[in-house]
Design a binder for this molecule. Structure first.
Ligand code: HEM
Length: 222
């Protein structure tokens, strides 16, 4: 059986992570169209289904993207699991004195942060893609679905999204930094720069994503 080296696994983890981050930026840009009104947002959501037309039949691009994202998520989880098992095997005896504070908060919460993000994505797809968990659940009107979702009386949904998106932010802050290191950014100066860039990109994503539920909650978007 082929046993991929730890370097191959880390590179797979970094590349799959970068693909997911690219999706997150494009998805955030699309979400911000909510501030341009229902017509603009719904038009954008319908356009998503016809990307590639007339070369590709309707929704083909969307399904290709879904397949690529699913493979990226599975590769990311698989490599994380194998690397964790290998790290444990390399040090079967626990440290007698393990320092309490090890790395940043983001670095220490990668595993649980990842699990929370995964559970959120499953809920989110049932909420805003299939509509099963959405009070409106009308596929033809995604703007109305988003507004119904984050209505003030459903503040707990906004709270849940906020916690999940903050978890995404922490996961990315450490993930982007680690990917830069795996892919060759190894000088002290380079690593410091990678850290600031990772934090800045994560902050842009967190603020961009949160702006939508909070705009609905406060009545800016209705
Ligand atoms: C408050 C922030 C967010 C809003 C308002 C939002 C909105 C939406 C909407 C309206 C859709 C359905 C698009 C359509 O089918 O027309 C969607 C799909 C999706 N969102 Fe989000 N989203 C948010 C945050 C996120 C985050 C943080 C992630 C990932 C961690 C994410 C991942 C996805 C995925 C994977 C899909 C399914 C795409 C597909 O149908 O292939 N979203 N989102």
């Amino acid at each position: 059986m082929v046993r991929p080296s730890s370097v191959t696994l880390k590179i797979t983890m970094a590349v799959s992570g970068i693909l997911l981050v690219l999706f997150l930026f494009v998805h955030m840009a699309g979400n911000l169209k909510i501030f341009l009104g229902a017509t603009s947002f719904d038009h954008y959501a319908h356009w998503l289904r016809s990307i590639g037309s007339p070369l590709l039949p309707d929704t083909w691009y969307l399904w290709i993207q879904r397949a690529v994202l699913t493979v990226a998520v599975l590769a990311h989880i698989y490599t994380a699991a194998v690397l964790t098992v290998r790290a444990k095997k390399a040090r079967p005896v626990k440290y007698a004195h393990r320092p309490k504070v090890q790395g940043s908060y983001a670095a220490r919460t990668m595993r649980w942060g990842g699990v929370i993000v995964l559970l959120f994505v499953i809920y989110h797809i049932l909420d805003l893609t299939t509509g099963n968990l959405n009070p409106n659940g009308d596929k033809a009107h995604p703007y109305a679905n988003v507004v119904a979702d984050f209505a003030p009386e459903r503040w707990y949904v906004t709270l849940f999204y906020t916690l999940a998106i903050v978890a995404v932010g922490f996961h990315l802050a450490h993930g982007i930094f680690s990917a830069a290191r795996t892919l060759g950014q190894q000088t002290m100066k380079g690593q410091r720069r990678a850290k600031y860039i990772a934090i800045a990109l994560s902050l842009v994503l967190v603020v961009g994503y949160l702006s939508v539920p909070f705009a609905v909650l406060t009545g800016l978007v209705d």
